[in-house]
Design a protein around this ligand. Structure first.
Ligand code: FMN
Length: 187
């Protein structure tokens, strides 16, 4: 990690995210996704499922009936917060979310998923619904792709990077307007 080189930092951000898609032990494997619900911010943890530096996107999977889908359908501006304790790095991303459901992109991803992951999308009661007991919820896996399976791609508009160090914290921002050249900011 070269904390004093903007180009190197930008490259490292993508390398860390690419690694985190496959490395369950990476602190960046999960992130906090913030959406706006009726003008009020809401957050939740999701798993980083893909990232693509060339197209400037990263993605996660979710249930189409979940509340975050309603939020994104109304306001597609989202924020994603990553923190890796070992890397001593926080990555705060602003972006535009795009919903993919019941299409060839979803089918391709679905075929690569484990049985266990697929099962989550066959829940008999929609996420967030009130229930009398946790026993009411069942997941019965079908052969076919679940209509609930949804991919969210987030197109990045801004990255705020913060590295914690005894010798002095460093912080930089990378914005789409200037093609992510990077600028130093005070930590
Ligand atoms: C470690 C962890 C990983 C999670 N990963 C996902 C995920 O990838 N996708 C998802 O929709 N929910 C995931 N969840 C559940 C969400 O945090 C959340 O509870 C759920 O999606 C409902 O959120 P919503 O009501 O805001 O839509 C995860 C939770 C935890 C604790």
């Amino acid at each position: 990690m070269n904390q004093y080189n903007l180009k190197g930092i930008y490259k490292d951000i993508w390398l860390s995210l690419e690694n985190a898609v496959v490395d369950r032990n990476s602190g960046f494997h999960t992130f906090t996704l913030a959406t706006i619900n009726n003008g009020i911010p809401d957050t939740r943890t999701v798993v980083l499922r893909g990232c693509d530096k060339k197209n400037n996107i990263f993605s996660f999977h979710t249930n189409n009936k979940s509340l975050k889908i309603q939020d994104i359908s109304i306001n597609n501006k989202v924020s994603a917060l990553f923190y890796d304790k070992t890397e001593k790095t926080q990555i705060r991303i602003s972006g535009i979310a795009q919903i993919f459901n019941d299409d060839s992109y979803c089918k391709k991803k679905w075929n690569d998923m484990s049985k266990q992951s697929k099962q989550c999308y066959y829940q008999n009661i929609d996420p967030g619904e009130s229930i009398d007991s946790p026993n009411e919820v069942k997941n019965i896996l079908d052969d076919d792709i679940s209509k609930n399976f949804t991919i969210i791609n987030i197109e990045i508009t801004k990255i705020d990077w913060l590295y914690l160090s005894y010798s002095g914290h460093t912080r930089a921002k990378f914005i789409s307007e200037d093609n992510f050249q990077g600028k130093w900011i005070a930590p």
